[in-house]
Design a protein around this ligand. Structure first.
Ligand code: LLP
Length: 427
């Protein structure tokens, strides 16, 4: 989690193991992931939403075969958005019917494969895709369940959301513009497609439930319109992902139970007033499940004090294992974890080893002034969108993911090697 537990010597521990031992065994940089924490968060979502809802973990946040197994065991479903994610899901034994496929530009091969393995639903995102998918399903002699991704005109970021009719983005079919209603007509006309419901995803790292509530209200409104026009009551609405997590001590995220209760209540009330049977609710949390469960362990290298400014602390990773600071101005915290120190705090910027001045891991933080090369530092809350967005920039070797549980630590995604890089380069 975002705070670091310590043993009597002040060395940080995770699942009872100390980080010095982990660094010695697995090297640095490494993502250290707490399996019990992951399972507990997955379970909390499952329990908060109960039997009348489905929780699809968003694999884009972080996906590996071990994670798929944990999700399967904890009763969660899985949202994938590419052939690669689908391959990992299937390789780890996730049943097709518990997988949902997303994407604004799914290829014919991706759709063909998804239909063949019987994915539970495909979230269609364009008229073109409706034609393509219907033809594929009909050729395979099946009726593929689909949801339609709707742009509900709500854009949410952290504390604010904007409700707007203007929907200038690549995802979804516009509710107010009529494209969503037209997509419904087209899907209902296809023998190969079974329209199960409608979907919206309003943003990410959201701290307030208000945006979700507006989206839910608008989706129920569309269900009523569909009933009025076509005489069918669709059985499902999917409200996507987006619940925020604490990256720093200032962040105060909502718990799954709060979101679940407020959504269930809104949907129940809106359906009652529209005289609709309440649909099943689906959600797709990614960050809120995996984000807090891992931290990145780095070894300190060069320390460069800039008089009157700050001290630049270089670590053995950087933007190749965490692009979020450079890309989104994301905020992280950092802690010295290999020992305690009584030294005064010094203002630092934690930077990587890449050939780029924007290669920043933590923009502003304090570390003890006696920091030295060889110390271990940890950046918490790097479970989501760090390993999954990692790159080989400067031919960096992507770090391993080490899962810790009561039995000990084991690598679930191994560190890349120079051989891995050279294998791709056929000369
Ligand atoms: N469902 C859909 C359709 C999505 O597009 C996303 C995320 C999710 C679910 C999961 O959202 P979450 O619960 O993880 O917020 N790379 C960015 C985040 C991009 C999210 C894209 N879609 C970041 O590092 O902040």
């Amino acid at each position: 989690a975002a705070t670091v537990a310590r043993n009597a010597e002040g060395v940080a521990t995770v699942g009872g193991l100390d980080v010095k031992a982990l660094a010695a065994e697995f090297g640095t940089p490494a993502y250290i992931l707490d399996e019990q924490d992951f399972r507990a968060r997955a379970r909390a979502w499952r329990e908060a939403f109960g039997a009348d809802a489905d929780v699809f973990y968003a694999g884009k946040a972080f996906l590996s075969k071990a994670v798929v197994r944990w999700l399967r065991e904890e009763g969660l479903n899985l949202d994938v958005c590419s052939a690669g994610e689908l391959a990992v899901a299937l390789a780890a034994g996730m049943p097709g019917e518990r997988i949902a496929l997303h994407g604004n530009n799914k290829t014919p091969d991706e759709l063909e494969h998804a239909v063949k393995v019987g994915v539970g639903h495909i979230v269609v995102d364009s008229y073109q895709e409706i034609e393509l998918l219907a033809a594929i399903a009909e050729r395979q002699g099946v009726r593929q369940p689909v949801l339609i991704r709707v742009t509900v005109g709500v854009e949410a970021h952290t504390h604010e959301f904007i409700a707007t009719a203007h929907e200038d983005q690549k995802f979804g079919l516009s509710l107010t513009g009529g494209a969503a209603a037209e997509a419904v007509r087209r899907v209902l006309a296809k023998d190969g497609l079974e329209l199960r419901g409608i979907h919206s995803h309003i943003g990410s790292q959201i701290f307030d439930t208000a945006g979700f509530e507006v989206a839910a209200r608008r989706l129920v409104g569309l269900l009523a319109e569909i009933r009025d026009e076509h005489g069918v009551e669709l059985p499902e609405i999917d409200l996507g992902g987006g619940l925020g997590i604490a990256y720093t001590s200032e962040d105060d995220p909502k718990q799954p139970a709060e979101i679940a209760a407020s959504l269930a209540e809104i949907v129940r009330r809106e359906c009652a007033s529209a005289r609709l049977n309440a649909p099943r609710i689906s959600v797709e949390p990614g960050r809120a499940i995996v984000g807090p469960t891992a931290f990145t362990l780095y070894e300190v290298g060069t320390i460069k004090p800039l008089e009157g400014l700050r001290t630049y602390v270089s670590v053995d990773g950087g933007m190749s294992d965490n692009i979020r600071t450079a890309l989104y101005d994301a905020e992280y915290s950092v802690a010295l974890v290999s020992r305690t120190s009584d030294a005064a705090p010094m203002l630092v910027r934690v930077v990587g080893k890449h050939c780029e001045s924007g290669d920043i891991v933590v923009r502003d933080a304090f570390l003890p002034a006696d920091l030295t090369a060889g110390d271990l530092i940890a950046v918490p809350a790097t479970g989501a969108y760090c390993r999954s967005m990692a790159s080989n920039y400067n031919h960096a070797l992507r770090p391993p993911v080490v899962a810790v549980n009561a039995e000990g630590a084991r690598v679930i995604v191994r560190r890349e090697t120079e051989e891995d890089l050279l294998r791709l380069d056929i000369g």
